[in-house]
Every structure is written in C-alpha cells, then in structure tokens.
Write a protein that binds this ligand. Sequence first.
Ligand code: GDP
Length: 298
Amino acid sequence: DRLKQGLEKTRKGITEQIDKVLVSFGKIDDELFDQLEEILITSDVGMDTTMRIIEDLKEKVRERKIIDPMKVKELLKEELTEILSEENADLDLSSSPAVIIVIGVNGVGKTTSIGKIAGLLKEGGRKVLLAAGDTFRAAAIDQLEIWSNRVGVDIIKHTEGADPAAVVYDAIQSAKARRADVLICDTAGRLHTKKNLMEELKKISRIIDKELPGASRETLLVLDATTGQNAVSQAKVFSESAKISGIVLTKLDGTAKGGIVITIKSELKIPVKLIGVGEKLEDLQKFNASEFVEALFA
Ligand code: GDP
C-alpha cells in the first residue's frame, strides 16, 4: 500500500539494518544493544528517546527471559507502537463550522497539506472553505487558490500585505453564510520574526474566539520530515507562539529519517495527526501508530 511505499527509505535505513544486526548475533548482550542504539540514533530517533527505548528493551528481555535475538524485533515493534500510540490522534472537527489553523515555515508543504486536507474532507462530505491568511507572499495566496480550484472548494483571499486577521474575519462570516463545515486558515510561515508571528496568531485566535465561540479548533503545525532534527527545533519554537494541537509530518517518502516521528512524539508530547507519504491527495494519511510500525517493519 501507499504507506508502505512511502516509508520505503526509512525501512531501508532502520529496519534492514536492525535485521542485519539481529541475524548476526547469536545471543542477546550489551554489544547487541549498543548496535541497536547506534542505528536508532543515526536514523534521527534522537538521543533521549533512543536511550528510553533501549532501556525498555533491556527490561523486557530480562522480564520475559528472552534469549533469541530475533525476538528483539517484536519487542522493538511493541515498544515503538506504545510510544507512538495516542488517544486523540483524530482531528476534532465536531462543531460546524470547525476551524483548522495551519502553521509552519515556508517550504515544509503547508499549502499542499491544506489542499490535501480540504480535498479529503470534501470527499468525506464536508463543506470546506479556505482562508488565504499567508498574506506575506503573493505566491502563497496564488498557490492556495490553485489548490482550491484543484479540489473544488471556495477560498477567501485579500491582496498581498493585507491583515491576516481581517482575512480570517471575512472567512468566518463567509463560512457562516455558506454553512461551511470546516474553515481552514493558512498563516504566514515566518519564524525569523517570532514576536510578529506570535502576535499574528494571537490576533487570529481572538477573532475566532469572538466570532465562533465554542467552535472546535485545531492548530496544526506542518513539519518536513526530511529536515530531521531541524523539524524538532521548529516545533519547539512554534509551540512557544501557539498552542499546537497536532502535527502534520510531510515528505516521509523523501527521507530515511522517518524515525523523526518517534522523536516528535516522545520529546514534544504533541500528537502527530497526519503524515505525508507522497505528492498525491491520498498520500496525506491519518497517522495510526500500529499501521505505521507495521509498515516500517513490513
Ligand atoms: P509551503 O511553502 O510550505 O506551502 O510548501 P508547498 O506546499 O508549496 O510544498 C513544497 C513542496 O513539497 C511541493 O513541491 C510539494 O509538492 C512537496 N510536498 C509536500 N508534501 C509532500 C509529501 O508528503 N511528499 C512529497 N514527496 N512531497 C511533498
């Protein structure tokens, strides 16, 4: 399936190496754990998370009196599924309209993800409206409009340089008038002006509070998996500016560093809700821990 295909590079990077190590060891010893540790760290799983995984594995091996190295793979799958499992991985879009605010730096796949989310929701029978809130670049507005045409949903836009909060305000009025189910708001992806970003997001947030009190709201941060630990740093900076409800991790198909999902989940405590494993509409998928781990080790 597409998930399996999309994770091929990571599978080659992590899983095949793990298999090689496990096959080459006749017994489970510290040397084996050292090698597993190295594979996880070089696959961008992150130091702290790797340590935790290795400690847990050692404990499970001891508790269950496991002696066959090949059984360690099952334990690792179990461990990763536990780390990645999340109770609220679904988007909460229960109110109508519900609001999704999408943030992230330029180039991570923000516009593409908004387009895909809109397309998937529309396929699911929801009426979607887009707000072109990245008014900093004319190209961002144009790109979003291309996606709105492609998936057949309406868009509210102002000109370049307009106040993003004003775009969101208009979009909310329009969403109410058209009885839209979901309003998806793009935002500017500038991190170098953190204070401005924070102010901008706060202003948008206040308008939603005022105009749509009690509406379900998701604030999704889009991260590019190919940037590895850099994505983790971005997430840290953004979480100081906004309350992020979930992460959209794009371009997993383009990297062997899919282990970044594990780092994000365990170090940031923000659920990964959607993953991008390719350029097509159906390549944006709901994140499911056990499906992900199965695909990784398939
Ligand atoms: P933005 O600047 O953050 O809005 O980025 P765009 O949405 O324009 O995306 C940047 C590039 O990444 C485009 O060429 C997209 O097609 C590509 N892209 C986005 N998501 C994915 C993904 O999951 N897989 C792959 N392979 N490419 C993606």
